[in-house]
Design a protein. Structure first.
Length: 273
């Protein structure tokens, strides 16, 4: 794949903007470049084309910046994440390696990986596709939810818990992992279901095929809950609302520069410890 148009999106902190500005200066005489509005002001770029016209988007920041970018895009474009955050599970390289990463990108020495997303719907409203997870939690802290989870019309389990996480394989290393869920290779076609602080000793995470139709339903006389999509979009749901979770038809695409998933995970997890 030949890269001719590159977009740069930066988190707004000073360090991310500094790295993004250096990337812009490095690229501007080599390919067509456009930027997010905030970065454009920093580098003095007035004439911009649409980000949706780019071959690749370079996203400088942490996982939150990458997730926000995915939610804002009308068309999914391959993303190259440059991490200036803490761990950056979704980012391909650390900010100290930005130059070698961009050179490799321009040389065409990369592959594009497709990552599945999931989506939730309730009362005919479909939420934006989720890269990491759909989380449903109690709207009243320290007050548990009573709910059931069905998979393809069959009862998976009934819980009293703080809530539940429905995660993609890519999102298995995010909230789901910190809640006791497994790390799942993103090449697998799966959805991970992780109860949050369940009041039930037999409650354990589940991994189901991503072809499954998953239904979440609260006790009819229960409390309100909050549904959150990647921590970017949230709203309250009532006890009488059924939430349906399924694989999204819209995937996300990431630039990979050669490291395997297992190499990346070992590098990232070392940072935690």
């Amino acid at each position: 794949m030949k890269v001719e148009k590159v977009g740069i999106i930066s988190r707004r902190d000073a360090y991310s903007l500094k790295i993004s500005s250096r990337i812009y200066e490095f690229l501007k005489d080599r390919v067509d470049v456009t930027t997010s509005r905030e970065l454009g002001k920093v580098v003095g770029l007035n004439d911009r084309f649409r980000l949706s016209e780019c071959d690749v988007l370079v996203v400088v920041g942490g996982d939150g910046t990458i997730l926000r970018t995915l939610h804002l895009l009308d068309v999914q474009i391959p993303l190259l994440g440059i991490n200036t955050g803490e761990i950056g599970f979704l980012a391909e390289v650390d900010s100290r390696r930005w130059r070698s990463a961009i050179e490799q990108l321009l040389e065409g020495d990369f592959i594009v990986e497709e990552h599945s997303r999931i989506e939730a719907s309730a009362d005919g409203i479909t939420f934006p596709p989720s890269m990491n997870e759909v989380v449903i939690v109690t709207a009243h802290p320290a007050k548990m939810l009573g709910y059931t989870v069905m998979v393809n019309g069959e009862l998976l389990d009934t819980f009293r818990a703080d809530g539940v996480i429905f995660a993609t394989p890519t999102g298995s290393t995010a909230y789901a992992m910190s809640s006791g869920g497994p790390i799942v290779d993103p090449s697998l076609n799966a959805i991970i279901i992780v109860p949050l602080a369940p009041f039930k000793l037999s409650a354990r995470p589940w991994v189901v095929p991503d072809s499954s139709l998953i239904e979440f339903e609260m006790e009819k006389r229960g409390r309100e809950a909050i549904i959150s999509i990647d921590g970017q979009v949230s709203r309250k749901i009532r006890p009488d609302q059924k939430v349906v979770i399924r694989k999204s038809e819209s995937s996300a695409y990431f630039v990979s520069l050669g490291k395997s998933f297992y190499e990346k995970m070992k590098d990232k997890i070392r940072k935690i410890y």
